[in-house]
Design a protein around this ligand. Structure first.
Ligand SMILES: [Zn+2]
Length: 860
């Protein structure tokens, strides 16, 4: 994959001030795609524009020299630094620029990704452009505020399914080649243009609105995954989501058809291309999906649907306001899940999952305000983070509590009405909201959107004490932002018989100290999870939580309490083993699958990162034993009256089954059982293809020197059993996970292998840094090689791949000081690369503090 030059906000702003687009026609010749010896395709891009200057610079990442014509004549043009500079325009006059180039078929999920399927011998293509990879497929102004109607035309092998954002208008076959011309799109940004091509499997349906509008629907995936496509669920959620969005947003679905496709080797969860949403094929499980996995799919589907309005219809001018679309989509994805799908406790899942992602990103030295300063697209790419998505969504939830639901959606509707098919910024959104709510939102926005870090709300002597820090600064700010919080506080009497709520009140936190309703010894703050803050309970509440958590109702409050304990563990206020002991004591009685897997994932992190090595075996094994018992109990089911419904019991058993596969990675004494499961049929359960790979990776990481040959033989058998590309990628993880210095060295050599796909790189990284065998990497000093490689990766590979390597392989670093020394010596290194190292050093130091805390507690 050729590396692409950075694109700055300054360049983008200059272009949007000087260029106006009238039309953009694109032809892609993909007829050679099935031939893997052909590395490029011909792309022709015809842009009709008016410029106020005599030259324009158009983005393009291609090989060789592009051919450039101006109004049909050969143009004066140069091509350098991923831009074509075209001279000779008459300012103010309409021109047509045609650029024909050889663009590269990608294998890293960026631009036009090509997937050769080893099973059926077929080729599958899809595009992914956000933020600036459209320029890898056609010459364009690759920035969100130069919208155009796109007229796309694709030549591909006859018989392929070819789709784009708009409906096909015309299609003509000449023997083996079929050319499809799509209708012009409504005005859209480049990053959401999409083309898919290949012999994909197709399911068609339609949604008919109450007023009789027909929206064609389709689902697509590779034929090999067709039996794993949950069509009924996907169509049900789609048909429930569309009218919900239309009503809430006050505007009809704008894009004609609504197609959704699952594609292989995808870097992210999904992408909101108007009329043609792309999903990561990993959402399709090769066995039974757990409830949380199904919920994640529903949530993603609704997240992308929200983008059809927020992001696609009204778009941020530049990536500074990326949060505006992502926070909103994350909020709507969860809110709509709760209201229109079977996942009525979607905010519980959010609280234990995505919201924790937000808190951890927000406590890093690189944290930033929700409204970020994004000088270039490298910085934009680095900002698809927990703050932009999940903190923003949490803050929108708090906003709804603050202004009320009616005012919130009235503001949203006005915003769409005012800015449809154009670009709009935070100020525009706040203006709409202020009008709808009748309140000036500027102080609220200043406090919540333009400051970094979580507030801390601590219960002290009958008061709630608010502390605001700027986590990105070394010193506390002189005048910390005074964020208002609106939340509920519930007090309880707690005995061995359970929790008796005494009083629950809404309170507004506007000052540094807020008196609490004084009715009980145990006080849960924000037990319905309305706000975004680190909550520190008092000692009596901590004791009640560690002693009686399983009996706390409802589920939402239990999830919030688990989150508060997890904060305390991460911040080294609670010894890691106390957190782990609380999990082992209370999670077996848990009936919510979302809480089971949410909490157990944290337990796995606690063991691998926050416990000293000498204590990991004991606590790792303990989770295995608890999970095994809970799994068999859930299958028997008789103990749970609440689970008269067999599906609920099965959901719980499946959640525990997933926990078992995670626990296998940290439980050394479980490995004989892992092997029995792989050998079957007498193991604990019959693992599906994906579970088999996870278990085999654990086997490899725990195998002693004398077992290495056995594992290699098992790997060879597994590869005969699973001949998919997913299997081939997983085999890389197994080899890299083997617990020998030689295996680590051999795997390390592959970090420079540019033929690896994005998915193979991810597997390589996961295997190399497997917590059970990473010590072998340390024994051959991969830390030094890692630090030496960082700049080479960054300069030589695409940002997606370089980031996977730089972030993932930090696991071989044991000495935070050495990594800090690299930072000190590389002040001039690219900002997005430094950001990864700064964050990982901080995570390592946080882990060291937690380990010291655990050791100290153990020696008392
Ligand atoms: Zn999104």
């Amino acid at each position: 994959m050729p590396s692409a030059a950075n694109l700055t906000r300054a360049v983008a702003e200059h272009r949007s001030a000087t260029v106006e687009l009238a039309d953009h026609a694109i032809h892609l010749d993909l007829t050679g795609a099935p031939d893997s010896t052909q590395s490029t395709f011909t792309s022709t891009s015809t842009i009709t524009l008016v410029s106020s200057e005599s030259s324009v610079e158009i983005d393009l990442v291609a090989v060789g020299e592009p051919q450039v014509e101006l109004d049909g004549e050969r143009a004066r043009a140069t091509y350098a630094d991923s831009r074509v500079r075209v001279e000779g325009l008459t300012p103010g006059r309409e021109h047509t620029v045609t650029i024909t180039a050889q663009c590269v078929y990608g294998h890293t999920g960026e631009g036009l990704h090509r997937y050769h399927d080893p099973e059926d011998g077929e080729t599958y293509l899809y595009t992914h452009f956000e933020p600036t990879d459209a320029r890898r497929v056609f010459a364009c102004f690759d920035q969100p505020d130069l919208k155009a109607p796109f007229r796309i035309s694709v030549s591909a092998p006859t018989g392929w399914l070819v789709r784009s954002n708009a409906e096909a208008e015309h299609s003509a076959s000449e023997g083996a080649v079929t050319t499809t011309d799509f209708a012009p799109t409504l005005p859209i940004s480049t990053y959401i243009v999409c083309v898919i091509a290949g012999p994909y499997h197709l399911v068609e349906d339609e949604w008919v609105s109450d007023d009789g509008r027909r929206v064609p629907l389709s689902l697509m995936c590779r034929p090999a995954m067709a039996s794993r496509l949950p069509s009924a669920d996907l169509l049900r959620w789609t048909k429930a989501g569309l009218p919900w969005c239309e009503e809430r947003f006050g505007r009809e679905y704008p894009w004609g058809k609504y197609e959704q496709i699952f594609v292989p080797e995808y870097n992210i969860g999904a992408m909101e291309n108007p009329g043609l949403v792309t999903f990561n094929e990993r959402y399709l499980k090769r066995g039974d999906a757990t409830r949380s996995e199904r919920e994640a799919l529903a949530n993603t589907l609704l997240h992308e649907m929200a983008h059809m309005w927020f992001g696609d219809l009204v778009t941020m001018p530049w990536w500074d306001d990326l949060w505006l679309k992502e926070s909103f989509a994350d909020f709507i994805g969860t809110q709509a899940s709760e209201e229109v799908t079977e996942f009525a406790d979607a905010w519980v899942t959010f609280g234990l999952g995505r919201k924790m992602w937000a808190y951890s990103a927000d406590q890093l030295p690189t944290t930033h305000p929700i409204v970020a300063d994004i000088p270039d697209v490298e910085a934009a790419r680095a900002n698809f983070d927990g703050i932009t998505y999940a903190k923003g969504a949490s803050v929108l939830r708090q906003l709804v509590a603050y202004v009320g639901e009616d005012a919130f959606y009235a503001g949203v509707s006005a915003y769409f009405a005012d800015h449809a098919f154009a670009n709009a910024s935070l100020t525009d959104f706040l203006t709409a909201l202020s009008t709808a709510s009748g309140r000036d939102m500027s102080a609220w926005a200043e406090a919540w959107l333009r400051t970094a870090g979580p507030d801390t709300l601590s219960v002290e002597g009958g008061e709630l004490v608010r502390e605001s820090l700027d986590w990105s600064a070394d010193e506390p700010p002189a005048a910390p932002a005074a964020r208002p919080h609106r939340l509920q506080v519930t007090s309880f009497s707690v005995t061995d018989d359970g929790w008796t709520p005494l009083d629950s009140e809404w309170i507004d936190v506007t000052d540094a100290r807020t008196p609490l309703p004084n009715t009980g010894a145990v006080t849960l703050v924000d037990d319905h999870d309305w706000t975004y803050a680190r909550i520190v309970p008092d000692a009596a509440t901590f004791d009640a939580l560690t002693g009686h958590l399983a009996a706390l109702e409802p589920t939402n409050s239990r999830a919030v309490a688990w989150g508060q304990l997890w904060h305390a563990c991460r911040d080294a206020h609670l010894p890691t083993q106390t957190f782990c002991r609380t999990v082992l004591a209370h999670i077996p009685a848990e009936r919510s699958p979302a809480v089971v897997d949410g909490v157990c994932l944290k337990y796995v992190t606690a063991v691998t990162a926050y416990l000293p090595t000498t204590m990991r075996t004991e606590w790792g094994d303990a989770l295995w034993h608890v999970a095994r018992d809970a799994y068999t109990t859930a299958l028997d089911g008789d103990l749970y009256d609440a689970f008269a419904q067999p599906t609920a019991r099965l959901d719980l058993a499946l959640a525990w089954r997933r926990v078992l596969t995670w626990a296998a990675g940290i439980a050394p004494t479980a490995q004989h059982e892992v092997r029995a499961m792989l050998d079957g049929p007498d193991g604990l359960f019959h693992p599906d293809a994906d579970e088999r790979w996870a278990l085999l990776v654990s086997r490899a990481a725990h195998a002693g020197e004398h077992e290495v040959d056995d594992v290699r033989a098992e790997l060879a058998r597994e590869l005969e059993r699973d001949t998919t590309k997913r299997g081939i990628a997983q085999a890389i993880a197994v080899r890299a996970a083997l617990a020998t210095p030689q295996a680590k060295l051999t795997a390390w050599e592959r970090t420079d292998d540019e033929s690896l796909t994005n998915e193979e790189v991810a597997s390589l990284v996961a295997g190399l840094t497997h917590p059970a065998s990473v010590h072998c990497a340390q024994s051959v000093d991969l830390q030094a090689r890692y630090l030496d490689s960082l700049e080479r990766w960054w300069n030589g590979r695409s940002q997606v791949i370089a980031s996977k390597l730089a972030r993932g392989l930090f696991g071989v670093v044991t000495d935070a000081g050495a990594a800090q020394a690299w930072l000190d010596a590389h002040v001039e290194a690219p900002g997005a690369l430094r950001r990864i190292v700064v964050e990982e050093v901080d995570q390592l130091r946080r882990a060291e503090r937690a380990r010291e805390n655990a050791s100290a507690a153990a020696s008392v």
